[in-house]
Design a protein around this ligand. Structure first.
Ligand code: ZN
Length: 206
């Protein structure tokens, strides 16, 4: 079986950088998953999210306000999660299937109050403006393994990541990787995602 990888983009949607990411995915005929911050949803950015969905991409939950959930009481954790799910259902008609905790901050309360599998991801520090496109590419290529969930950001103005994926997609294809959504990469690898695991790779067991 061929190797699989899932690109995941956090902190959208927006009308500046998300469409540029979608253009590149479309040019390469691949899909990805987008973890939305609900407060970033406007009439215009909702349309961008719907475009992603029409392309076969997956829309997932990254809270309403991007707080440090491990510092919040259970009712606020649930409000951050439920509010984002409601907005995603409102704009797409579909429920998110995965959750990414902001800053990857989790504790037992966070796990107990959020009823979806958690995705972390293999990162390339692409939230740090000073990390160049070249460095982002090298960080991904030096770490990537079969089944990886690659953590990226489509926040407005994150030009270096747009440049990085322009190179990364053909390079990973050359190495035999196929690009799937989060749901697809678990399903194709015969893995049922479990609660209590912070997944960076679908084959993780703890
Ligand atoms: Zn984030």
């Amino acid at each position: 079986m061929s190797k699989t990888v899932a690109f995941t983009f956090d902190d959208g949607p927006n009308t500046v950088t998300t469409p540029r990411v979608l253009d590149i995915l479309e040019e390469n005929g691949i899909v990805a998953s987008f973890f939305l911050i609900a407060r970033n949803i406007t009439e215009e950015s909702a349309e961008v999210a719907r475009r992603a969905l029409r392309m076969g991409c997956e829309i997932n939950n990254h809270t309403v306000n991007h707080p440090h959930l491990d510092r919040l009481p259970p009712e606020e954790i649930r409000a951050e999660f439920d509010g984002c799910t409601e907005q995603i259902v409102r704009i797409t008609g579909q429920k998110p299937k995965f959750f990414r905790p902001p800053f990857i901050d989790v504790n037992q309360d966070v796990f107990d109050n959020i009823d979806l599998p958690f995705i972390s991801g293999v990162g390339c520090r692409d939230w740090e403006p000073q990390v160049t496109a070249r460095e982002r590419i090298d960080l991904v290529m030096s770490q990537v393994r079969d089944g990886d969930l690659i953590l990226l950001h489509d926040m407005a103005g994150n030009e270096n990541t747009v440049e990085a994926i322009r190179f990364l997609i053909p390079e990973l294809k050359k190495q035999g990787y196929r690009f799937l959504t989060c749901s697809q990469i678990f399903a194709e690898n015969g893995v049922t995602p479990r609660r209590g695991i912070l997944y960076s790779n679908v084959f993780q067991t703890a």
